[in-house]
Design a protein around this ligand. Sequence first.
Ligand code: PLP
Length: 388
Amino acid sequence: MPVINQIIHQIQVSGIRRFDEAVSPIPDIIKLTLGEPDLPTPAHIKKAAIQAIRDDCSHYSPLMGFQRLQVAASQYFNQKYGLTYAPSEIIATVGATEAVATALLTCLNPGDGVLLPTPNYASYQPVVAMAQAHLITVDTTSAGYKLTPAQLVATIAAHKNDHLKAIILNYPTNPTGITYTKAELAALVTVIRSANLLVISDEIYSELTYEQPHTALATLYPEKTITINGLSKSHAMTGWRLGFIMAPLALINEMKKTHQYLVTSTSSISQMAGIDALTNGLDDGAKMRDIYQARRDYLISRLSEIGLNYCYPTGAFYVFAQVPADFTGNSWAFATQLAQQAHVAVIPGSAFGPAGEGWFRISYAASMTALRTSMNRLAIWRSQVPIK
Ligand code: PLP
């Protein structure tokens, strides 16, 4: 197939999307699949967007976004997490997805090694492959899905000839819902700093932490952290496509070029909505967090009742649960049977890398009614269907 780039040819659409698309036609299916808030975007943000349309905000913005948006983001992330990025150190992107791609494509050279704790969100590997760099995954399963300093030291030592350049961190973590304390992050930063690694820190779920505050990595390692964040999860704005890259100016100046030639800029209307979200919507995330927390509590109590093992989630809106031991197939087969027989759709753990095999991810970005019905169906299925 000579007309197609060989790297792109080998990349697949993510397992999350492939599974979701495969089960979507099943009648009466309850989908606990995508990381897609079911809650509406707050009304004040929608109003700001409507006003922007009325005001003919239909032109290109500056490449890095409207300056008012950069200022609003600088103040918001300072107030929320004590980050001290200047407005000029912030690029508005087409969601966190573009932010991740722009960061990786800008910083990686062919042959560079990139560390990644796994199971992991699916969009890092393909971009690392596009940059012709290679991933070195660190399986966190045995440590409750948290990367430990000892694991990191051992992995760095084992790969000292692999041109280690960077580490990708994502917390609260998709798919496991775990997050790190400040002390845990500080211990990791000690190792990261001594190895002089760049960190791409994907903190898109920073507003969704339960029982503990979020610590932004750049507050501990400002000199070599690229912070990724956005409004998709905190303000239920997935479809608006608005994210941010924040980094020291020298890195931003390089990433600005990648960003320009990939997308030029993100939607002007979404940016105007974003200014409103960041200035008048400081509490929006907390309100949604309370709703998600109630759902999480419900879900884990039902899973315990049904007798399914899970990783206790302290952030995001996912529960990572274990395929029952009496099921002999893999996680894809389990999720397929659950969808076909009980009409409940979850994502097979293998969609998050080989370390996710034997597990499945439930998204509770779904209504209480959907969660109740799906757990009732799961309980009946578990008690009635002979598991093979
Ligand atoms: N990073 C992680 C860890 C995610 O889970 C997601 C979406 O699910 C994204 C990035 C993408 O976010 P966005 O919709 O802002 O592109």
